[in-house]
Ligand binder design. Structure first.
Ligand code: MRU
Length: 352
């Protein structure tokens, strides 16, 4: 955290990348220094850094760190080695498209840079820093665009969110929590309801931590309480982030998002997805093609050192689900909020 209490999970500092270790929050605020691309790949895989846009920023720096390690002056040999770095980073987490977007932007920059290998390395660092800075601006724009579509209510709003799509999941400010932050700044927000988000508890640990840091009232509920809270009239709108959005607006996000969208629909509560356009994968026609990461079963059967389940039980641990476009009221981007079907108009502009 810096002096203004803002959270920047990935920053370039002293010739290395500083990551807030998200596996240790909220009990401990620790920063990990990453000097090598292999360590960056491990940090993404083990979720020291997580959240689609933050993974993209981290991977961009990972590409630079990998480039820096390559000891050759020969451009062809350099590109061969850089390709291996790209593959290593790309193999970390399959669902968040921002990872692949950032890697391909870095690769394209490298190939298009004339001059020596040293010139390319310098441009790669600059490009990673630009990706980092752009994401922060993008999130602030998403937050402010969210204000235009949040429902007008006589009382201040209560916004329900899932997982953590906050500053920690981006370069800063957040996507879903960016909307929350903008609503709070404008005096329109009463409170956030944060699903705890089993199995890794990003809502309970990270979203609640961010809200507490900023003095935003937050109520943590377990994932199975959403329908009850909605039925009681406690929720005005749901705002979640996204890991990958297909061209038709179907949206992959943290497991449990789909059921939240269903219960929101049942209670006539608007359901918003807040995400940068870099999260839209225009190559996928619909959500059925989005790869879903399956994580280790220990995330389900174990909390700390405590075993929750009997020996002999079996497990299924998909990390994401896909919410069909028809359950989404609008997708809030840096260019405005759109019905899912309207995303197509950006398909050409987004190609890197
Ligand atoms: O597995 P995680 O913690 O990386 O999953 C994060 C989410 O699902 C977020 O909602 C998504 O990445 C959007 S972050 C702005």
């Amino acid at each position: 955290m810096n002096q203004t209490n803002q959270v920047y999970p990935v920053i370039w500092h002293n010739d290395s990348v500083s990551l807030i270790d998200q596996t240790r929050l909220p009990n401990e605020y620790a920063v990990v220094e990453i000097h090598r691309s292999e360590d960056m790949a491990r940090a993404i895989k083990t979720m020291i850094v997580r959240g689609a846009p933050a993974i993209g920023v981290a991977a961009a720096y990972g590409m630079y760190l990998g480039a820096r390690e390559i000891e050759t002056d020969n451009r062809t040999q350099f590109f061969d080695s850089l390709e291996k770095v790209a593959q290593m980073l790309a193999s970390t987490r399959p669902t968040a498209v921002n990872l692949f977007w950032a890697i391909s932007r870095m690769k394209k920059t490298a190939y298009e840079t004339a001059g020596t290998v040293e010139d390319i390395k310098k441009i790669l660092l600059k490009t990673a820093q630009i990706i980092n800075a752009e994401d922060l601006q993008t999130c602030q724009a998403i937050g402010d665009n969210g204000l235009k579509v949040l429902p007008a209510t006589p009382e201040k709003l209560t916004i329900h969110t899932h997982c953590n799509a906050g500053a920690l999941a981006t370069a800063g400010y957040g996507t879903a929590l960016g909307v929350v932050r903008s609503a709070w700044r404008e005096g329109r927000l009463a409170r956030v309801f944060a699903d705890e988000t089993r199995p890794r508890l990003q809502g309970a640990k990270l979203t609640a931590w961010e809200c507490v840091q900023e003095g935003i009232p937050v109520t943590v509920i377990t994932d199975n309480m959403a329908a009850h809270c909605m039925k009681q009239g406690l929720i005005h709108a749901v705002v979640v982030g996204a890991d990958r959005i297909a061209a038709n607006g179907d949206t992959a996000n943290k497991i449990g998002t789909y059921s939240l969208a269903l219960v929101a629909k049942a209670h006539n509560i608007p359901f918003f997805v807040a995400a940068p356009l870099s999260t839209v994968d225009f190559e996928l026609a619909d959500g059925s093609e989005i790869p879903i990461e399956e994580r280790d079963a220990s995330e389900i059967y174990q909390v700390g050192k405590t075993m929750l389940t009997p020996t002999g039980a079996e497990f299924y641990n998909p990390a994401f689900d896909v919410t069909p476009a028809e359950l989404i009221t609008a997708i809030i981007t840096e260019h405005g909020a759109f019905a899912p079907g309207e995303l197509q108009k950006f398909s050409q502009k987004q190609m890197v």
